[in-house]
Design a protein around this ligand. Structure first.
Ligand code: C6P
Length: 408
């Protein structure tokens, strides 16, 4: 099936919006969050209108319907990442909570003072601050795989760090600033050879290209629905069964228990052990619909489209005098272009672009250490998804020329 960009855009109501009278939206901020297609909105609306009930708690028809919708979505999400079983897919609030679940449960049960954890210099704060907190609490040591000038991980340095015997290697699959797609399979293989387990931050990879947890042999994978045409408020932690089975619960409450007595409790089995309290049911239903939507288009087709847009965007941006794009060439990155303009603050760039309806993000994008590495306080960032067009890239480039003129 040909990639019918207009048909895809018609599925997303927000994309038809005018930002100012007569000025349509040019949405180049999907790395922050994606828009939602009609199918996702309809699935969530349908749940609330027809089947609204709590799950796992009732025998009445609505409760059973809601439970089925919630669990069916889990099955489809599991298939989407090729998980061996749906029970290895834990619903969380987002990538951040998924990583914190590993930090609070697995890491606090398995890491002692002096143990080494390896991350990278390109991590989002979500895959950094939980480890800082652990380091402060119990003296776990942190080391970082350096980022090269062209925005790649220095794998020679990684091999050296591995000789120090790390217990965990936690790293991002794709940088939300540089767009770099890291060689996850190789990084995981080397970590396993060194006796470490691995946590992959898939916030920016799972939405954009096919991620197969069995092929990667990854131990934990974290991602968020809202970046993959699904709703906010729900994400996933995938884990290998033996690891999840052995982990203590993270939060206590309803649904995560088998039995409770006044002075003791026994924990439920996975995935429920980690899903305390009434979960985000409508959001799970929407997440399932989001996965169906992406599958109906095809992850390879989405990746190819984004690659073409990114190649075009980098070519056009690099012809602008005084503009510097960070990160590697298009063949090594996903749909992200973070840039600085000589003498103009990235926030001013984003604000002036907004006058033309162009939505880009400005700041450190929750990756402050990476910006420190490149000696810049902030960047402006344009990012692309399955609904992005070359016409939108042209509007961005025109807008940047206007910004330059305004400040000259
Ligand atoms: N990056 C961005 O604009 P949450 O917020 O938990 O859904 O995702 C956190 C997260 C973790 N890892 C990476 C690589 C990410 O890009 C993000 C979210 C957004 O770049 C919001 S800060």
């Amino acid at each position: 099936m040909a990639f019918d960009i207009q048909k895809i855009r018609d599925d997303f109501p927000t994309l038809t919006r005018e930002i100012h009278p007569g000025i349509p939206l040019v949405y180049l901020d999907s790395t922050a969050t994606s828009h939602k297609p009609e199918a996702v909105l309809a699935a969530m609306d349908g749940y609330y209108r027809r089947s609204n009930a709590n799950i796992h708690r009732g025998v009445h028809t609505l409760a059973e319907e809601a439970t089925t919708l919630y669990e069916d979505a889990r099955e489809r999400i599991a298939r989407f990442i090729n998980a061996p079983a749906a029970r290895q897919v834990i619903y969380t609030r987002n990538t951040t909570e998924s990583i914190n679940l590993v930090a609070y449960s697995w890491a606090r049960a398995n890491l002692q003072s002096g143990d080494l954890l390896i991350a990278t210099e390109m991590e989002h704060h979500s895959n950094l601050v939980p480890w800082h907190m652990l380091a402060a609490e119990r003296g776990v040591r942190l080391e970082f795989i350096p980022v090269t000038e062209d925005g790649l991980l220095d794998l020679d340095e990684y091999r050296k760090l591995l000789t120090l015997g790390p217990k965990l290697v936690a790293f991002t699959h794709m940088s939300n600033v540089l767009g770099t797609i890291n060689p996850a399979k190789e990084i995981i293989r080397l970590a396993h050879e060194a006796g470490a387990i691995t946590l992959l931050d898939g916030a920016q990879s799972v939405p954009h290209f096919a991620v197969d947890v069995q092929d990667l042999d990854v131990d934990f994978l974290a991602f968020s629905a809202h970046k993959m045409v699904g709703p906010t408020g729900i994400g996933v932690l995938y884990g290998k069964k033996d690891l999840l089975d052995a982990m203590p619960p993270f939060m206590g409450g309803g649904d995560m228990i088998k039995t409770v007595h006044l002075r003791s409790f026994s924990a439920n089995t996975i995935p429920y052990k980690f899903e305390a309290g009434t979960p985000a049911i409508a959001e799970a239903v929407g997440f399932g619909a989001a996965v169906d939507y992406l599958v109906s288009i095809g992850m390879d087709a989405i990746a190819a489209h984004e690659h073409a847009i990114t190649e075009y965007a980098l070519e056009r941006l690099e012809e602008i005098p005084g503009l510097r794009v960070f990160g590697p060439s298009a063949d090594k990155k996903g749909g992200v272009a973070s840039f600085v303009l000589d003498g103009i603050h990235p926030h001013d760039v984003a604000q002036i672009l907004d006058r033309d309806g162009i939505a880009v993000r400005a700041g450190h994008h929750c990756a402050q250490p990476l910006h420190e590495k490149f000696n810049i306080p902030a960047t402006s960032r344009a990012s692309f998804y399955l609904y992005s067009t070359t016409e939108e890239v042209d509007k961005l480039v025109e807008g940047i020329y206007k910004v330059k003129k305004y400040f000259s």
